[in-house]
Ligand binder design. Structure first.
Ligand code: MRU
Length: 367
């Protein structure tokens, strides 16, 4: 998508065939800094420390991490070690395991001399497919926005609530939840986005608000607890969120707080959709609440709040008594029965085993 008129992706390979560039999302929104990943460890740190984050982008970065490792040492031992190191970086988003499995399965049978080039080409393909997939998700989601627009007076805004950042910064481009929004905006439909701040890491405030603003999409930041209120007062036409892992039966694990938004949407008759690429489906898992590992992160993400002070200095402040015990659950699971549907690259389906299997019969069968 565009930053002040210039097209960007969230990750790109440099021409030297051994360096990958990323936008350091831990510095946003106050600084726009790019980093060069030149070692396997750089890639692992970028994922673990959330310089890159969002399920699809984590997968793409992992694929490039293996490619970087193969350039230095294409041995099977290094292939195994790089898989293990990258796989251990974050536990919840399934795209990480998907991208690593795809890459390892491709490379293992190849002679060592061919592995590096094959890994680079494969990582580039994962990125291109992610862009196409998210564009297709946007096309299907756009239909929902058009249906709502058709029932409104000309020019009346269509209000969409989203949680966390499932935008282009969480993918290679377009985003998942934001892709229908960008496509509607680009067509001239008057979309407005309610952006949940998304404590504790504020991906909504620092990333979604930033990218929507840079693309010129009308939006308003709200605290996480305001979602129910704006829905109760008829100010939300549609909720669209992303997914870190979707079970074969349609449960969705996404950023902590998603579940509460789905409950509020159900209580207020607001359609609640999850936009997801099929790479986010874990076909081996059915019961999201019991089977998906939920990442628990450092408590300082809750007790310390980063930002910019009145003098323009980036800083962090402690917002609770110094030794307060903190539990930092990063994700929650929204059961399928609370969703109006899943927006995938192949179309919109019911959030259910039958719905997903109907769109992806070959994957459901293979699992
Ligand atoms: O902890 P994060 O920032 O990696 O969590 C990201 C999310 O929860 C997104 O909503 C999800 O990955 C979907 S991104 C297209």
């Amino acid at each position: 998508m565009k930053i002040d008129g210039k097209a960007y992706r969230s990750i790109w390979a440099e021409d030297d065939g051994k360096t990958v560039s990323i936008i350091d999302q831990t510095r946003m929104p106050h600084s726009f800094v790019t980093h060069q990943l030149t070692t396997l460890e750089d890639a692992a740190i970028a994922i673990r420390d959330m310089q890159v984050r969002g399920a699809p982008l984590i997968g793409a970065t992992a694929a490039y991490g293996v490619a970087i490792a193969m350039r230095k040492d294409p041995s099977s031992r290094m292939l195994g070690d790089s898989y293990d190191l990258l796989h251990a970086t974050r536990p919840t988003a399934i795209n990480l395991r998907w991208a690593l499995d795809e890459t390892a399965n491709l490379l293992r049978p190849l002679p060592e001399a061919e592995r590096a080039d094959a890994a680079w080409a494969h990582a580039a393909r994962i990125c291109e497919e992610d862009v196409e997939t998210n564009h297709a998700i946007g096309k299907h989601g756009l239909g929902l926005i058009k249906e709502i627009a058709a029932k409104k007076a000309p020019g009346e805004p269509i209000s969409i609530l989203t949680h966390c950042n499932a935008g282009w910064l969480a993918t290679v481009d377009w985003g998942t939840a934001t892709s229908p929004v960008y496509q509607a905006h680009d067509l001239g439909l008057p979309v407005h986005v309610w952006v949940d701040e998304t404590r504790p890491r504020n991906q909504g405030a620092s990333l979604t608000a930033w990218e929507l603003g840079r693309h010129g999409v009308n939006h308003t930041l709200i605290v996480d607890n305001a979602g129910g209120h704006v829905m109760q007062h008829g100010m939300v036409d549609l909720c669209i969120v992303g997914s870190d892992r979707t079970t074969a039966s349609g449960d969705v694990c996404n950023k902590i707080g998603t579940y509460l938004k789905a409950l509020a949407a159900r209580d207020n008759g607001v359609p609640f959709y999850v936009a997801l690429p099929s790479t986010t489906v874990d076909w081996t898992v059915d019961d999201g609440i019991r089977e998906i590992p939920i990442e628990q992160r450092d408590g300082t993400e809750i007790s310390w709040m980063p930002g910019k002070d009145a003098q323009g200095q980036e800083t962090s402040v402690l917002i609770c008594p110094e030794d307060t015990p903190v539990a930092n659950y990063a994700f929650d699971v929204t059961p399928s029965h609370l969703m109006s549907g899943l927006i995938t690259e192949r179309g919109i389906c019911e959030a259910s085993k039958a719905g997903l299997a109907g769109l992806f019969p070959e994957k459901a069968k293979a699992a």
